[in-house]
Structure formats: structure tokens, C-alpha cells
Write a protein that binds this ligand. Structure first.
Ligand SMILES: [Zn+2]
Length: 191
């Protein structure tokens, strides 16, 4: 990880200034994941907050990150998949893994170890009975959509915050989630 940071800093793709962090010229800010866990726990309407976290992250990830990286840096295909994985891990969003060929076909199972929001949630409030990594879900959906030049969605089927050993997400085109046996999970894509 340190080598990657060094490489990025030498290439001025990761910059630290007075009160400023920038990654690929895009401003960054370190935020405690407890903030997002708190918002979910105390939202007047849990699903409204979950949908907002998912949608805003999906769009921001596509517009602010993946599209510029694809166009300006001309990173695409396997290289973009690799870049997305490194970015996700470097940014502290947990350790992500998936089959690159599956992502390129627009259908994948994504595993995330050490989700920061799930960890913060358990520390503050204990376990939940539903998945809560909606920001991660949005980031994954946005990244995968850019990789295939299409529109994919993600549903979290297992979450660390529920007591599972890691989080697991399914990425597909929205229509293909209809065949899901656990219909309660489809609520993640309503709204
Ligand atoms: Zn999770």
C-alpha cells in the first residue's frame, strides 16, 4: 500500500496541501464512517436515507471519479478494473474482491472485508437485521457501470453489521434482480 501511495504522489495524482487532499485533482476529505452509520440509525425514514446514500454515491462516483479517470487518463478495460479496486482499498472503504471477467460482463458477486461503516455501526449500536453499507453499494454500482459503459445496480445480500464475517454484494442490471428469492432485499433498489 505504501508503494502505491508513493507512486501516486510522485505522479502528483495524490496531493496533500494546507487543508487540502486531492486525488486525481478531485478534492477529498477524511470523514469518520460513524457519521454515516449515525445517519442510518437515527434517520426519520431509514429507507429514504439508505436510497439517498446509494444514489448520491453512485452518481458522484461516476461523474467525479470514474468518467474523468476514463476520459482524461484514458484508463479503460482491465486497467480500469484494477484502478477501481486499488482506489476502493486505498480510500479505506474495505478490502474489495471480485472476478474481473464477471464485472466486465455486468454481473458479479463482490466481497468486501472490513467495511468501515458496518464496523462503526456495530461499535456504536450493535448488530442490525438488515445490510447497511449503502454508500459502498453505490460506489460499487457506479464503478461497475462505468467499466461496462452501462447502468448496473448493486444489492448487499450479507453485511458485517448483521454478524456475517464480511459483506457481499450482487451487481447486475436492475431488471435482473426480479428473480431474487429474498424479495425483502429488493427494497434496496426502490426509491
Ligand atoms: Zn455491509
Amino acid at each position: 500500500m505504501f508503494d502505491l501511495v508513493k507512486q501516486l504522489m510522485i505522479a502528483r495524482e495524490l496531493e496533500f496541501g494546507e487543508g487540502k487532499i486531492a486525488f486525481f485533482s478531485q478534492r477529498m476529505q477524511l470523514v469518520d464512517p460513524a457519521f454515516f452509520a449515525y445517519r442510518l440509525k437515527h434517520a426519520d425514514d431509514f429507507w429514504k436515507e439508505a436510497h439517498l446514500q446509494y444514489k448520491s454515491m453512485k452518481e458522484a462516483n461516476m461523474e467525479a471519479w470514474f468518467e474523468p479517470v476514463k476520459k482524461i487518463k484514458e484508463i479503460k478495460g482491465d486497467e480500469l478494473v484494477k484502478w477501481a479496486t486499488r482506489y476502493h482499498n486505498l480510500a479505506g472503504w474495505g478490502s474489495v474482491s471480485f472476478e474481473a471477467t464477471q464485472i466486465k460482463k455486468g454481473r458479479a458477486k463482490v466481497k468486501i472485508l472490513n467495511s468501515p461503516i458496518a464496523t462503526a455501526y456495530i461499535q456504536m449500536f450493535g448488530k442490525t437485521n438488515h445490510p447497511i453499507c449503502h454508500l459502498n453499494r453505490g460506489g460499487i454500482a457506479g464503478g461497475a457501470s462505468t467499466i461496462i459503459d452501462g447502468n448496473l445496480d448493486a444489492i448487499e445480500i450479507k453485511c458485517l453489521a448483521q454478524g456475517h464475517p464480511h459483506c457481499e454484494m450482487i451487481v447486475r442490471p436492475k431488471d435482473e434482480f426480479r428473480e431474487f428469492e429474498d424479495k425483502s432485499l429488493l427494497k434496496q433498489l426502490e426509491g
